[in-house]
Design a protein around this ligand. Structure first.
Ligand SMILES: O=C(O)CCC(=O)C(=O)O
Length: 327
């Protein structure tokens, strides 16, 4: 019945191709996988942050998680004045550093291999020693502890809402320029850091390339958190019919003094754009099993994945809006 509906669509639209038909019928998630988002309580002591992250990752792995996510800036306070002090270089095959200079990288790699998990290490301030540029960078490790992906936050958080919040990341950070798609044994995962979620293009690119999940380590605040955090997570899921996970630090306590206050509310959204599990502001772990048929069922019911009209909006990046007739 459904196949007949698709072939009749294909006959009226050349853009409803055989390839897109296949992408509707097959789930991009190969088998069930358990996702854990760690809403970590972070502070100003990097060693304590790494120790706390290690405890919580161990707890998530013990609960059976296969993919574990930490929040944005999990090793440092979130603030432009802090980034230079907490930044670390990232080792590459051709550029190594003593482990004392890369404690966050080393901890994440060890945690991934010890617990045999995919670990999306939230983000850390990164120092590029060649250019002295700083980035807000997310490192992903495989279950053998190998670095799989390095995502430098592409859209820097530069906003000014009078009387509410002003934050200019670009005062000290440089933006990344490369969208990230992480290959795993379960399928591909798209990644963005916090403000990246406001730009639907990244999730759309990842989904078109076959991602089953978009992950956003983030740290929304007390103004934009209640306004947009859940809305954006659900929107990216609805746009692309993929799972979405958003992972925040826990909210700072009064006694921790001045500083950026994260909204919290880490959550998993399913491909139908429903919040399936969420927490509030305190430290905790949000866990959910992602299922292949959830994606394929949603895509069969509302087949937008194969109905896109790239003949109409392929040139969205350069298109000028059509102007009305003047006068
Ligand atoms: O987009 C927002 O409202 C918050 C973004 C943010 O906090 C970040 O990019 O770190």
């Amino acid at each position: 019945m459904f196949r007949r509906a698709i072939s009749s669509l294909a006959s009226i639209s050349p853009f409803f191709s055989a390839a897109s038909t296949k992408s509707i019928m097959t789930s991009p998630l190969k088998r069930p996988v358990k996702l854990a988002l760690i809403q970590l309580a972070t502070g100003s002591d990097k060693d304590v942050n790494l120790k706390r992250a290690s405890e919580k990752v161990a707890e998530a792995a013990k609960n059976g998680a296969n993919i574990v996510v930490l929040p944005e800036c999990f090793n440092s306070p979130y603030g432009t004045e802090h980034f230079p002090n907490y930044a670390e270089p990232i080792p590459t095959p051709t550029r190594t550093f003593p482990t004392s200079e890369t404690p966050s990288y080393t901890t994440l790699s060890t945690l991934a291999s010890t617990h045999k998990i995919y670990l999306i290490g939230g983000s850390i301030p990164e120092l590029d020693p060649e250019t002295s540029e700083l980035y807000n960078t997310s490192l992903t490790f495989s279950p053998t502890g190998t670095l799989l992906a390095t995502h430098r936050k592409i859209h820097l958080f530069d906003i000014d809402i009078p009387g509410k919040i002003k934050f200019i990341e670009s005062d000290v950070l440089s933006p990344g320029s490369t969208p990230t798609l992480i290959g795993t044994e379960y399928g591909s995962i798209g990644l963005g850091v916090c403000y990246d979620i406001r730009f639907p293009e990244l999730a759309m690119i990842a989904a078109r390339k076959g991602a089953f999940l978009m992950l956003y380590p983030g740290a929304f605040n007390m103004t934009t958190g209640p306004l947009h955090w859940e809305l954006l997570a659900r929107a990216r899921a609805a746009d692309n019919q993929v799972y979405v996970g958003v992972c925040s630090p826990a909210r700072r306590k009064e006694e921790d003094g001045e500083g950026y206050t994260a909204w919290g509310h880490s959550m998993v959204v399913d491909p139908n754009a429903e919040v399936v599990v969420a927490t509030e502001e305190k430290e905790g772990i949000v866990e959910w099993e992602l299922k292949p048929e959830m994606i394929s069922d949603v895509r069969k019911g509302i087949p937008i994945t194969g109905q896109r009209r790239f003949d109409v909006y392929a040139d969205v990046a350069v298109a000028e809006p059509t102007r009305g007739v003047e006068g």
